[in-house]
Ligand binder design. Structure first.
Ligand code: 26Q
Length: 823
């Protein structure tokens, strides 16, 4: 057992033996990649007993299990995190260093598991960490994409997408589980056949099939021997010999099915907060849901004598946004067509088993599948959705007699589309938002009709993050300092970090904190030098916006403020400002033109600003290539200012905001998403808040928007920045390059309202808040105090707290204990 007694010599022996058996090499001869593989396989050997014991405990206790159904798991790297949670990080570091090997260099051999886009995918990963650490039985269920989130390269200031071949060197932690393979069917026709008892059974014929083959990854709890599982499904063609007799010898069909298997798990859709109605995406959804639902039902049946009537007592499907919503009709299908239950029984079980989390209110992110596509691809599932809709409409009519408008507004099938969010709500016993403000907006605006009709389903679960990755692993200097001051209880109970509060007033502690922050800034500066070739000043303010690129997140406003500052410096080269490094990191969806153009603008402004001698180091702009979980850990640790500047009401929660706070950065933000709760915890005096409120934004939206031209006409600074987008200042004289951005702010380029994210409206208020940042930073004592208070008040934002709330209000799980007695 590793976390009780880590045997260094034994570990070294095992690594040496692995290097030998895998590569016929000695440790001295082995490459770093080979050492990395050997270390991982050694660890895998060590945890397999605990992994088995955990599942044995689930069986013994007949535990209820939550299945977290998600198209995305943005895991980052596994090795460092696994070592930390096993309690072996320090021991392994020492053992390797005795062999002349730096553990950090070994960690750098690992590719990120980038099976997600951004917030929603990373939240799933944090949840798995917390579930295992709290000892709750859980499976993550997802897709083993061959290519994850693309790797971003910046060439000539433009984003280039490079395929993420993350499995190239194999994945040492995964375990293929052939014995749990399922066949998943698409297309064809449905035939109803009457059974002797008079009931009907439904047979899907002439369809295309693929095999879903699971791969399991261990999710190691911190210091408790509990190891949960992330199960991701790979697709393989149905063996031609296994085709149904009438299909055998059908060469065409065999080829088609082989193709389907190849394409279905090929790649993660790189859209974040944007729906694209692609047929392949729906195939992905049904593929992993059908396999996951049946695996869960089969496991339950095996333990309960084949009877599914009480499934909901032991199984909960948590749907991560609407992407897994076909779980509702799929469970209905399994219960009726395969288990022989009637509609009412099946519906009762389904709606006690499924729960839905909403992550967005952005209209363009809502999933609405064209009925013709949906019914062609999933004919039996569509029949079931039709019946769900028919019964739901009847329910609305009986509840609101004569109110046909209500029926239209709430129908699941409407205007030739399947509205997935409505299907998810109707099919679930719980509907939750991800921050208090977000849930309020759902209840009062977006989902008002549903809230009125079924208020008991609605609840809030404010997001959280795991402190094990984002402080203990990502920021070892600060982690050690916190432990020295308040003990190590914070690692599994982040509320304990509030023990730091009194230290904020202690000048010696402030100095220690400043030293740690400075060292982390030096570490990031080194990373930036290595990866961008830019020198940055660790004594400047590190002002950071890292997140997916989206108009509502307003990276454009941030870079426009940099342009504004640049103009001020040009007007007055003696301008007295604290040196500032503006750091950006963001991937744009491959097809999102305006987002990609914003990346080009940021890089173009960087080129001009960083190379203008008159600027004289006062400001610098850095765009970090390929922002991802592994470099995020380094970035958060080094940040002073956390840019959380979304248009109020648009960011459901945000989770980066919490990672910055935990690492002692001060929030510069709008009253949006979880920023509201962050400010509530740390106090408005320890943050920089600006801009329209959610209520104000919504009021403008309901009244046809506002007139950005008024801002242009009345504010010469803003006018100058806008004009520079079309006068070639930042584009080597090219006046057309950034015209789209200019037009989007003033003249509603391509239809819609101009500046629908209120950038010009909020600009002054933002610039003022930035001025307050500058003034505040000059008082280093005040700043260190506020930074420490941010760390100290971050306790609420642990995903451990979030998971405990899900358990108490939705999942009702019991903890398991896994005792590993030494044999
Ligand atoms: C949908 C259909 C087709 C293709 C892609 C998609 C798709 C993919 C990803 C739609 C949305 C997403 C991702 C959404 C997301 O990350 N939302 C974020 O969730 C976080 C966790 O709750 C919140 O903190 C963020 O505020 C929210 O934007």
């Amino acid at each position: 057992m590793m976390n009780q007694a880590f045997d260094k010599e034994e570990f070294k022996k095992q690594v040496a033996s692995k290097v030998k058996s895998l590569y016929r090499k000695t440790i001295d001869e082995a490459s770093m990649q080979q050492v990395f593989q050997a270390v991982c396989y050694t660890i895998k050997d060590q945890i397999v007993d605990e992994w088995m014991a955990t599942h044995e405990a689930f069986r013994e206790n007949d535990s209820k299990i939550v299945y977290y159904l998600s198209m995305e798991f943005l895991m980052g790297r596994a090795l460092g995190n696994n070592l930390i949670n096993m309690g072996a990080y320090g021991g392994v570091k020492e053992a390797l260093s005795e062999l002349g090997i730096d553990l950090n260099v070994v960690e750098d051999q690992e590719r990120d598991y980038a099976l997600g886009n951004g917030g929603l995918g990373r939240l799933a990963a944090c949840f798995l960490d917390s579930l295992a650490t709290l000892g709750y039985p859980a499976y993550g269920c997802g897709i083993r994409y061959k290519y994850g989130m693309f790797k971003q390269e910046i060439r000539d200031g433009y984003q280039i997408e490079v395929p993420d071949d993350w499995l190239k060197n194999g994945n040492p932690f995964e375990m293929r589980r052939d014995e749990y393979t399922y066949e998943v069917k698409f297309g064809g026709t449905v035939r109803a056949e009457q059974k002797p008892d008079g009931n009907y059974t439904y047979i899907q014929e002439n369809c295309q099939s693929v095999l879903a083959v699971p791969y399991d990854l261990p999710i190691i709890g911190y210091g408790n021997n509990v190891i949960n599982t992330l199960r991701i499904w790979d697709a393989e063609p149905v063996n031609t010999f296994c085709l149904e007799s009438f299909d055998r010898g059908d060469y065409q069909k065999a080829v088609e099915q082989e193709n389907l298997a190849k394409t279905i798990v090929e790649v993660l859709y790189p859209n974040d907060n944007h729906y694209a109605g692609k047929e392949l995406r729906l195939k992905q959804q049904y593929f992993f849901i059908s396999a996951s639902v049946r695996a869960a039902v089969d496991r339950y049946k095996n333990l309960h004598g084949g009877d599914v009537h009480h499934l909901y007592e032991k199984v909960c499907f948590q749907m991560n946004d609407t992407h897994p919503t076909v779980a509702v009709p799929e469970l209905m299908r399994v219960l009726m067509d395969e288990e022989g239950l009637g509609w009412d029984e099946a519906w009762d079980i389904t709606t006690k088993t499924c729960a839905y989390t909403n992550h967005t209110i952005m209209a363009e992110a809502l999933e609405k599948w064209p009925i013709d596509l949906f019914s062609r691809l999933l004919p039996r599932i569509y029949q079931i959705v039709e019946e769900i809709n028919r019964r739901f409409m009847a329910e609305i009519r009986s509840r609101y007699p004569g109110n046909e408008e209500k029926v239209e507004k709430m129908a699941i099938l409407y205007n030739g589309q399947v509205r997935m969010a409505y299907l998810a709500i109707v099919g679930s016993f719980s509907v939750n938002g991800v921050a208090r403000l977000h849930t309020e907006i759902l209840e009062k605006q977006e989902l008002k009709d549903f809230y009125e009709m079924m208020p008991q389903k609605f609840n809030n679960k404010t997001n959280g993050i795991t402190q094990r990755r984002f402080l203990l692993h990502g920021n070892p200097l600060l982690a050690d300092w916190v432990t020295e001051k308040v003990g190590d209880g914070w690692i599994t109970d982040l509320r304990k970090i509030s023990g730091l509060i009194p230290l904020a007033d202690d000048p010696a502690c402030r100095e220690q904190f400043r030293q740690i922050k400075r060292q982390n800034k030096v570490r990031l500066a080194k990373y930036i030098k290595e990866h961008n070739g830019i020198d940055v000043n660790p004594d400047s303010i590190f002002d950071v916006q890292v997140k997916r690129l989206h108009e509502y997140k307003r990276q454009l406003m941030n870079i426009m403020h940099v342009m504004y500052l640049y103009n001020k410096i040009k007007e007055n080269p003696q301008l007295d400002i604290v040196p500032r490094t503006f750091i950006f990191g963001a991937k744009a969806a491959a097809g999102y033109h305006r987002a990609k153009l914003t990346i080009k603008l940021i890089n173009s402004v960087a080129d001009v600003v960083n190379n203008d001698p008159q600027v004289n180091g006062k400001i610098k702009v850095v765009f970090i290539e390929d922002y991802r979980v592994s470099n995020a850990e380094i970035i958060f640790a080094a940040s002073d200012v956390s840019e959380q500047i979304s248009t109020a009401s648009k960011e459901a929660s945000g989770t980066g905001n919490m990672k910055f706070m935990l690492n002692g950065a001060l929030t510069l933000g709008t009253m949006d998403g979880a920023n509201v709760e962050i400010v509530e915890e740390v106090g408005a005096e320890n943050a920089f808040i600006f801009g329209l409120s959610a209520e104000e934004v919504i009021r403008y939206e309901n009244n046809g928007g506002y007139y950005p031209m008024e801002v242009y006409n009345s504010d010469p600074d803003v006018r100058k920045v806008l004009n520079q987008m079309i006068d070639g200042t930042f584009s080597g004289g090219d006046k057309e390059l950034f015209r789209e951005l200019y037009e989007s702010l003033l003249n509603s380029w391509g239809g819609g309202r101009p500046d629908c994210y209120f950038i010009l409206k909020d600009f002054r208020s933002y610039a003022d808040a930035q001025k307050r940042v500058d003034a505040a930073y000059r008082d280093q004592e005040w700043w260190a105090k506020a930074a420490i208070l941010n760390v100290a008040h971050s306790g609420k934002f642990s995903s451990d707290r979030t998971i405990q709330e899900y358990v108490d209000d939705i999942w009702h799980l019991e903890k398991v204990t896994v005792n590993m007695d030494e044999e």
